[in-house]
Design a protein around this ligand. Structure first.
Ligand SMILES: [Zn+2]
Ligand SMILES: [Zn+2]
Ligand SMILES: [Zn+2]
Length: 280
């Protein structure tokens, strides 16, 4: 494989028909030059044609507004999440829609799970394995099975579709690696297995978040919002947390850490403290 750094290089290279004694065929591998990402909080008032027009200039070849199942109307309704197909090798960090800057997130599909054998990466119609019950892992197909749960994939005490199943989590990580590195499933699997051997504790879920981890948990939520929304939320969070702290030094330090963590901006704490003494 030859990596081109720009269109000009590719155009030159694509004229090549002969390399020494060999006849060659130059083509662009499509999967290496496309990336799928998601953006959140896109107003439902903007229709798809307009979005298409705005985003075309930002390397988006196709877009799709995701839908969700609405329990009340029992239909699928449009959501505020957009799936964007970029014709770039890397995911652009942000896209602009009007004045709003939207942070992008790599799109990773859910692993396919077979209804017949409960295995991953294939579907029922192509399955050659024997039947395994989704609940107990035995060789029967019974929607109403009442036997004690035993996972067909890991023997754990949960049904094979449980989101906490370590085999399911492993397959999710493999798919993420495939999307991120654009490698084969085989290569991704080798990488994930090697990594979990090195850090056996990674992937196990911590149930109770420790005090200092709370901010990074909220960070996941912040990443889905725009900077302006972040600013508003930050203001609310500081009004709640800061009054409980004993002195200005600690108050400023807490706010500065939040601003850095959530907005990525460094705050000059000494400067702020200096200004505060003037107010007090
Ligand atoms: Zn199967
Ligand atoms: Zn069963
Ligand atoms: Zn399991």
């Amino acid at each position: 494989m030859v990596v081109c750094f720009d269109k000009h290089q590719f155009n030159q290279l694509s004229k090549l028909k002969q390399l020494g004694q060999w006849t060659v065929n130059v083509f662009q591998p499509k999967s290496l030059n496309t990336t799928i990402g998601c953006i959140y909080n896109v107003s439902l008032d903007i229709d798809e044609t307009d979005l298409q027009e705005i985003l075309e200039k930002q390397q988006v070849s196709r877009l799709q507004r995701l839908t969700y199942y609405d329990k009340n109307t029992k239909t699928r309704v449009p959501s505020k999440t957009l799936k964007l197909f970029f014709n770039t090798a890397e995911l652009p960090p942000r896209v602009l829609i009007g004045f709003k800057s939207h942070k992008t997130k790599l799109f990773v599909p859910k692993p396919t799970q077979c209804f017949k054998c409960q295995g991953f990466g294939h579907m029922q119609r192509e399955c050659r394995n024997s039947v395994k019950c989704v609940r107990c892992g035995e060789d029967h197909k019974d929607r109403e099975c009442k036997i004690k749960a035993k996972c067909a994939n890991c023997n754990g005490d949960h049904p094979a579709t449980s989101k906490d199943c370590p085999k399911k989590i492993e397959n999710e990580k493999i798919l993420k690696q495939v999307c991120k590195e654009k490698c084969s499933v085989k290569e991704a699997r080798t990488h994930v297995l090697k990594e979990s051997k090195q850090n056996p504790l990674q992937g196990k879920k911590e149930n109770i978040p420790k005090e200092h981890e709370k901010i990074s948990l909220t960070k996941g939520l912040f990443q889905q919002l725009t900077e302006f929304d972040n600013f508003i939320l930050l203001s609310i969070m500081t009004t709640i947390q800061v009054p409980t702290l004993p002195d200005n030094v600690q108050k400023v330090s807490v706010v500065a850490n939040m601003v850095l963590e959530l907005l990525g901006v460094h705050v000059n704490q000494e400067y702020i403290l200096d200004k505060l003494t003037l107010i007090n």
